[in-house]
Structures are given as structure tokens and as C-alpha cells.
Design a protein around this ligand. Structure first.
Ligand SMILES: [Zn+2]
Ligand SMILES: [Zn+2]
Length: 261
């Protein structure tokens, strides 16, 4: 074999490897990634835990911040440790008025005001004024609506307090993300299915607000495939979900990254 053919073979091998690598790269790009950046449960020990909830929803198009926890310093420091800059976020969705979900908003807007904040329209004028004063825009949510490609809000559901949850229409099925689930976690899942006219619920993640243990059975009946209860779910219910769902129970808490392919 002469040198010319050897070089040719080498080029051929390298090109094939590159093609297969790029195909693999494309394949492994998740449709949606959920990143817990604030929770009272901990997964990544480098991060700070505190009572509250905040999760980033990363799509190939954009990053959405769902809730802001109770303290912006903790929120921003956890984001920094995970390599997420506040400027990469263009949309913020706040589930409900409680301090452990809205408390980090003001400090976040001080860092990045180039965002649209989706708030339940029952929010007090003081919060709306604060958002505008910081230089951001807000959208008042009452009815269900689209937030982004494949991402919807349930609209403001009765609590108290009134609360919105997010629904991702993923290839695997619906993904429901709740802040505190004051309108009732089972109600929210039922509402999501009805709104989207889809029966397959792939994942329910977030605070479930101390539901009765019987909700585990109701989840099974509703056909919920995976669960990731955190924040205000309550340890007993969380453990009941873990026992029932086994490998389909996701340990959700600050630092947890869930890829939905
Ligand atoms: Zn709450
Ligand atoms: Zn809460």
C-alpha cells in the first residue's frame, strides 16, 4: 500500500467518524431539560437548599425560569454554580403569590430585566409595579395559553391562592410542572390532560402540597408514568410515591437535571 492510499484511508476513517459523531450529537440533544435551581430537597451538594421552588426549563430555543424561590441570593448563586447566566433567560413564569416562589423575583430582575414575567392576573398591583420599575414586562395570565413552543400554562386555577402550572407537550407525553399545587395536584393533572386533549402523562414534577396518600393511586389511574415530587409534597407522600413508582420515581431537588428526549 502506498502513502497516497494510506492517506486516503485515513481521511475516509476520520470523515466517517465525524459524521457518526454529529449524528450522535443531534440524537442526544434533549427535547427539554429541567434543572432544579431552588428546592428544600437537595440533589447536588454544591448547591444551597432553602424552602421554596425554582426550576429552569431548557428547550432548544430558550430558557424559561419557573418560580424564583424565596431568596434571590440563593437563586443566583445556585444558577452560577450550575453555569447558568441570568441573561440566558428571557421568560419567567411565577406560579403563585407565596414568598417561597416569588421572593427571588425582584433580585433576579435587578440582574436581568430583559424578560417577560408571566404572572397570575390576581397578583397585587405592588408586584406588577415592581416588575415594571425594574424595567421588565409582565403578562397577566387568567385563561390557559401558550408560553413557548410546546409549553403552555394551565391558566390561573382556583386555590387559595390562585395558581398556574406549566404543561410541556413532549414527544414522550405531557410533562406537568407545579409550584405548590394549591389547586390540588390531581386536579391539575386532570386539567392538563383535558386542556391538551391528550391522555399520556409522562411526568409530573414539583411541589404537590401535602396531598392525601390516596393521590398515589389516583396518579396510577390517571396513567402518570413518572413522578418527581419535591418542595411541599411532604416526606410521607414522597416516600409513598417512591415505593409505588420505583424506577419511575425521580429524586427531584436542587441541582437535579432531568432530560426529556
Ligand atoms: Zn404556596
Ligand atoms: Zn411553596
Amino acid at each position: 500500500m502506498n502513502l497516497k492510499s494510506l492517506i486516503l484511508i485515513a481521511i475516509l476513517i476520520l470523515t466517517t467518524a465525524r459524521i457518526s459523531f454529529s449524528v450522535q450529537e443531534k440524537k442526544s440533544l434533549p427535547e427539554v431539560t429541567l434543572i432544579s435551581i431552588y428546592d428544600n430537597y437537595q440533589v447536588d451538594t454544591r448547591l444551597t437548599t432553602a424552602w421554596g421552588f425554582a426550576t429552569i426549563i431548557k428547550t432548544p430555543q430558550e430558557l424559561i425560569l419557573f418560580d424564583t424561590g424565596g431568596n434571590s441570593e440563593i437563586l443566583l448563586s445556585n444558577m452560577k454554580k450550575l453555569g447558568i447566566t441570568p441573561f440566558s433567560i428571557k421568560k419567567v413564569v411565577i406560579s403563585h403569590i407565596h414568598g417561597d416562589h416569588v421572593g427571588g423575583l425582584e433580585g433576579f430582575l435587578e440582574r436581568n430585566s430583559n424578560v417577560t414575567v408571566f404572572i397570575p392576573n390576581s397578583f397585587p398591583q405592588s408586584v406588577k409595579n415592581m416588575i415594571v420599575q425594574k424595567g421588565a414586562k409582565f403578562v397577566e395570565v387568567s385563561a390557559p395559553r401558550k408560553i413557548s413552543d410546546s409549553i403552555y400554562t394551565t391558566g390561573q386555577l382556583p386555590g387559595p391562592p390562585q395558581e398556574q402550572s406549566l404543561i410541556i407537550d413532549s414527544k414522550k407525553g405531557l410533562v406537568v410542572i407545579t409550584g405548590c399545587a394549591h389547586p390540588g395536584i390531581v386536579n391539575i393533572v386532570k386539567k392538563a390532560k383535558k386542556l391538551m386533549k391528550k391522555d399520556k402523562v409522562y411526568l409530573v414534577v414539583g411541589g404537590f402540597h401535602h396531598p392525601p396518600i390516596s393521590c398515589v393511586k389516583e396518579f396510577k389511574e390517571l396513567g402518570v408514568e413518572k413522578v418527581a415530587p419535591s418542595h411541599c409534597t411532604g416526606d410521607l407522600v414522597r416516600e409513598a410515591f417512591r415505593k409505588e413508582y420505583k424506577e419511575n420515581f425521580i429524586e427531584y431537588g436542587v441541582g437535579k437535571i432531568v432530560e426529556i428526549n
